[in-house]
Design a protein. Structure first.
Lengths: 716, 390
């Protein structure tokens, strides 16, 4: 081939080599010589996320009625990025906005400051979110204002009006259920710390609201859904250079509870009625609780606590004054599972189980004098009644303290009296423990209290903790009190001296008090309901549950919660049988008789136990009424209590009767399941249906309990 | 130059056996395979973050591997074809590729990617870019025209040069309409190189070179190029000034490569790559992946592999036993050389941004197949020369 061709091929080869050389040189220059600079640029080249919160899932009752839902509200937002490009940082725009929203301009300006920046007020005034996220400056803006803002875009650059979901309480049948439902609040610092350093897109963000109490908190992750994310590439100068990722929010799932709104409404009204009844007897009726559970599942059908509050005050945040009011009213915690009270005579069922456990003859005859003297102290019956020698069944019916005192004294002596070690046998404490007292029931609600079982171990621990104070007081002799009341000072000093030296001793008096649910034993009303449910179902202690299942926002069943057994109570079956045979007598012929006069007990027998628990000081007793029904085929356990309420029978009993009437459809002497508050006369076995549009198919008309079902559960 | 060829003892011993596998240019084959494997790794790194959300982070890689297998088969086929047969059927291949080139204009068949209507939709989510095959066809057709009837003459006649120019200009015009500026530049360089090496008179070479430069200037001046084309072409000059659109790519690419330093962040570790700050980094900007994750050392290894391929191609062109083989090999050298320079150069910020892939490295099936056909043709030319020398 020609020299020319060869030469030109050589030129091409040289050209190719020089191109390669150029590339290598350029790479060397960029990577090795200027590498550090570019590395810094890469580091500041970051992703900024703009999160759009998901619509929170709603909470339904067992029939599909929304207990918590969402409503849409018009929110006006300001995009500071856009505003910054306006003359004078958009001062004129903000002035116009303030005028049209009818709010002071300063308020909007304060709102637009990023939390922690110079001159920013603390949250919730300042903006806690991302710089790139439009800041909501006004909520619940009326549609007309929103429209005029959107129509005059030119005048309002960076201002947008959009629909946002906020919590709403449809309150079917005017239910309150505040403590069960719970409320939302801003995410806490602890939660953010606990979450750790993560960049998962569905992590908690400072702008998020989360469930703070009740179901909202327990099922927060279920309800929360997943946020929509727009990931923006942002360069060193803070300019947006591109969109890297776009993800739509996924709405949260729905929580279906076993609460029946209509029954809940009845229970709430009846608790209030019981409190009024206490007050009409000139008692204070300070607080109260009522709970209805299904005995063979542990599901909670209704629970009410008094005093309560309006859950809607939490929407949009409470003011300091409102919060103080809630604290002062002591209405924030639920007495059902957070309040701990002396159980009084309702505890005798447990003591009976202890007697069975310890081998006492349940069918024997026991003396019921008006009082007994043990260890130099006199222990009396209620109103010092004496019934002579009676059966244990009768002792339960008339709530004879002295029978149980005697049993407790014998157990105490068997165990070794005052000298017994802290692990000496204590059937009463054992029975209480196996029935789940002294530990939280494990209900699916946060912040549950566990109560306390009085025992040798407890007393010793208590002494260890307090002996230093006792001994010091005994030495000093209450000098302050002595100035005004030397007699009282002497009494206190003697008491503390005794406590100081042998306050760890489990004395006969302690054992006697424990056996009738007095002294140091405390329970939550929910625990008591589970005890009576366990007796009713033959000895299975269930973990109470409020949630029955999870349904997705498009109507698919995500999860159904099966009943959970905590344990089989370790009490002989025949003892449980004895209790089941004895407790109906309390309602027909005993201390629980009065409220059920005229009730068709022959067809719908009720097993019950009253309690009038003494409390320290001059306060009136705590009124208890624990029960289950039908006694021959138990379905529901109902427990109600009112502090400073008087006797169980007088104050709580009539309300419990009303609850049973509502449950079983009792009218006068007739029982008709069709007039039960429960649709079909019993709780629904399946989860309620939710349409693909997210709207629950709940009972129509009067049965729905809400005026317009469409308003509930719809997402914007 | 036939004397040089026969003095090569390696060739002489190999040709005596005259076995296909023995006579292959193994250095070329191994370098090409190594580049392909290297490229697959980079494609995986660039695409796994994107593909993780639809489900399978390796789905892109899997498709890439399928393309490689098809490419290897086509390359093997191209290397086995009989030389005479190849020359005889070249007009048909050329004609077919021009028809294929027109397919994207048929409604329902074409797809527009990044402003260029240069893809044909295939079932299964695959797309075909006919301009890649056009490069092969133009090289073959020009080689046929410029080597015909005059293997003994020293230079091609003007008529042959004009005809071969026409062969190049027809697809160039079609591709120009498809807005695939990068491919137009590559095809122009290829045509110029083939005409030059064919031994055409110097005035042809100088005239064409001048014509190309003037043509480019005029088209910019008259606004024949669309605004985005000009922007793409010029954004590499002042990338810091405009952080939007075209310059963004150039800027991010440079930050990625520069951040790599000596040895890089490590595979799958590059923040710019994994954060998808650099667009289309599995194909057009694939060099940013090696630059960021494997650093200067990785970049040099990749350029070295590409350099070995080009060196072997030049040697095959040089040792070709006839003008046809030399021009085919020359065309391939020009194609791969300029395309590599343009692609890597744009990532490094010294060349305008055009949408062309890095041969054997980038994701993109048609490019992979066409390049392996080119490797096969190079082997074919070599085998022909070895056999002729035996």
């Amino acid at each position: 081939m020609s020299e020319r061709s060869n030469l030109r091929l050589l030129v091409l080869a040289v050209l190719v080599v020089s191109m390669l050389g150029t590339l290598v040189a350029r790479a060397y220059y960029l990577q090795v010589m200027e590498g550090a600079e570019y590395r810094a640029a890469a580091a500041s080249n970051t992703v900024r996320e703009v999160a759009e919160p998901a619509v929170r899932g709603i909470v339904l009752d067992q029939a599909g009625r929304p207990l918590i839902s969402n409503r849409t509200t018009v929110v006006v937002t300001v995009d500071r990025q856009v505003l910054a490009q306006e003359p004078n940082d958009g001062a004129a725009v903000l002035t116009r906005l303030a005028r049209i929203l009818d709010t002071p301009r300063e308020m909007i300006a304060e709102r637009l400051k990023t939390c922690g920046s110079e001159g920013a007020k603390p949250p919730p005034v300042c903006w806690n979110g991302s710089t790139y996220q439009p800041v909501p400056v006004a909520t619940d803006v009326d549609t007309q204002t929103a429209l005029s803002i959107m129509e005059r875009r030119r005048e309002f650059p960076g201002i947008a009006a959009k629909l946002e979901a906020v919590r709403e309480y449809p309150a079917p049948f005017n239910v309150n259920a505040a403590h069960t439902l719970g409320y939302l609040g801003p995410v806490t610092e602890e939660q953010l710390v606990e979450q750790g350093d993560t960049d998962a897109y569905d992590r908690l963000r400072r702008t998020d609201v989360v469930g703070r109490t009740g179901l909202e908190r327990q099922y927060d992750e279920v309800l929360r859904g997943k946020p929509g994310i727009t990931a923006l590439a942002v360069d060193t100068a803070g300019r947006i250079t591109g969109t890297l990722e776009q993800r739509d929010p996924e709405p949260g799932d729905y929580v279906v509870t076993s609460i029946d709104a209509r029954l809940q409404s009845v229970v709430e009204q009846q608790l209030q009625a019981a409190v009024r009844r206490a007050q009409s007897q000139d008692y204070k009726g300070a607080s109260g609780a009522a709970v209805v559970v299904e005995v063979d599942t542990g599901r909670v059908l209704a629970m009410a606590s008094y005093p309560t509050y309006d859950p809607s005050i939490w929407i949009g945040g409470v003011t300091k004054r409102q919060f103080q009011q809630l604290i002062d009213d002591e209405s924030l915690s639920s007495n059902v599972y957070q309040g701990q009270f002396a159980p009084g005579s309702t505890f005798k069922a447990v003591s009976t189980a202890a007697a069975g456990l310890d081998g006492f003859n349940l069918y024997g005859i026991y003396p019921c004098p008006s009082r007994v003297r043990v260890g130099g102290q006199t222990f009396r019956n209620y109103e010092s009644n004496a019934y002579g020698p009676i059966s244990l069944t009768r002792a339960l019916e008339v709530s004879c303290n002295t029978v149980f005192y005697d049993i407790a004294r014998r157990m105490w002596q068997e165990a070794g009296g005052p000298e017994a070690g802290i692990d000496a046998p204590d059937p009463v404490a054992e029975a209480a423990t196996t029935f789940g007292l002294g530990e939280p029931t494990g209900i699916d609600l946060p912040g549950e209290a566990g109560g306390r079982v009085a025992s040798r171990a407890f007393k010793y621990a208590n002494w260890e903790e307090k002996k230093d104070t006792w001994c010091r007081n005994a030495e000093e002799g209450y000098p302050e009190t002595r100035k005004t009341d030397p007699k009282m000072a002497d009494y206190y000093t003697a008491l503390d001296r005794e406590n100081c030296t042998d306050g760890y001793q489990w004395r006969a008096g302690d054992a006697l008090n424990a056996a009738i649910g007095q002294g140091d034993t405390t329970v939550t009303p929910l625990q008591m309901a589970m005890v009576y449910a366990a007796i009713a179902n033959g000895g299975t202690l269930y973990r109470p549950q409020v949630a029955k299942g999870i349904v997705s926002a498009d109507g698919e069943v995500v999860e159904t919660f099966a009943p959970i057994v905590t344990r089989q109570v370790e009490v002989p079956k025949k003892t449980i049988r004895f209790l089941r045979n004895s407790l109906p007598g309390v309602t027909t012929d005993g201390s629980g008789e009065t409220p059920f006069v005229g009730f068709p007990l022959d067809r719908l027998p009720i097993a019950s136990k009253t309690g009038s628990a003494q409390v320290t000081g001059d306060k009136a007793s705590t009124s208890w009424y624990a029960s289950y029904a039908p006694a021959n085929d138990p379905k529901y356990a109902v427990v109600m209590m009112v502090t400073e309420g008087g006797t169980g029978s007088k104050t709580s009993g009539p309300s419990v009767r009303k609850i049973y009437e509502a449950l079983f459809g009792v009218r006068g002497d007739t029982i008709d399941p069709r007039s039960s508050v429960l649709i079909g006369g019993e709780p629904l076995s399946a989860l309620p249906e939710v349409g693909p549009d997210g709207i629950p198919v709940s009972p129509k008309g009067q049965q729905s309990g809400v005026a317009d079902i469409r308003a509930a559960g719809s997402s914007p | 130059m036939s004397g040089v060829m026969t003095t090569d003892p390696a060739v002489r011993t190999l040709t005596r056996q005259s076995g296909y596998w023995r006579d292959l240019d193994w250095i070329l084959l191994i370098a090409a395979l190594a580049t392909t494997v290297f490229g697959s790794m980079l494609v995986w790194s660039a695409s796994r973050a994107d593909m993780a959300s639809p489900g399978d982070p390796q789905s892109y890689l899997k498709r890439h591997v399928i393309n490689i297998v098809i490419g290897l088969a086509l390359g093997w086929f191209a290397s086995r074809l009989d030389y005479r047969w190849l020359r005889a059927y070249t007009p048909i291949i050329y004609g077919a590729s021009v028809i294929l080139l027109l397919m994207p204009f048929v409604p329902g068949l074409g797809t527009t990617i990044a402003g260029a209507r240069a893809w044909i939709d295939l079932p299964g989510g695959f797309t075909l870019q006919p301009s890649e095959f056009a490069k092969v066809a133009v090289i073959m057709m020009m080689a046929v025209l410029l080597s015909e009837k005059r293997d003994t003459e020293s230079e091609p006649r003007d008529r042959d040069v004009i005809m071969s120019l026409g062969v190049a200009v027809l697809p160039i015009l079609i591709i120009l309409v498809q807005n695939d500026t990068g491919t137009v530049l590559i095809l122009g360089s290829v045509a110029l190189s083939i005409i030059a090496v064919s031994g055409a008179r110097t005035r042809w070479v100088v005239g064409l070179l001048a014509g190309a430069v003037i043509g480019l200037l005029i088209s910019v001046q008259l606004g024949l190029l669309k605004e985005y084309q000009v922007q793409r072409l010029t954004s590499f000059i002042n990338p810091g000034e405009d952080v939007t659109s075209a310059a963004y790519n150039a800027n991010q690419a440079r930050i990625a490569i520069g951040g790599g330093g000596w040895s890089g962040y490590g595979l799958f570790e590059g923040p710019q790559t994994q954060g998808k700050f650099v667009p289309v980094n599995e194909s057009d900007f694939i060099f940013t992946v090696v630059g960021e994750e494997l650093g200067f050392l990785g970049s040099v290894i990749l350029l070295l592999l590409l350099g070995i391929i080009l060196w072997r191609a030049v040697m095959i062109a040089y040792r070709a036993d006839d003008m046809y083989g030399r021009l085919v090999a020359t065309g391939i050298v020009a194609w791969l050389g300029f395309q590599m320079f343009e692609n890597v150069g744009m990532s490094l910020g010294i060349m305008p941004i055009t949408g062309i892939p890095l041969p054997l490295v980038s994701a993109g099936g048609t490019s992979m197949m066409a390049t392996w056909i080119a490797i096969g043709l190079l082997q074919n030319v070599r085998l022909h020369a070895v056999r002729a020398g035996a």
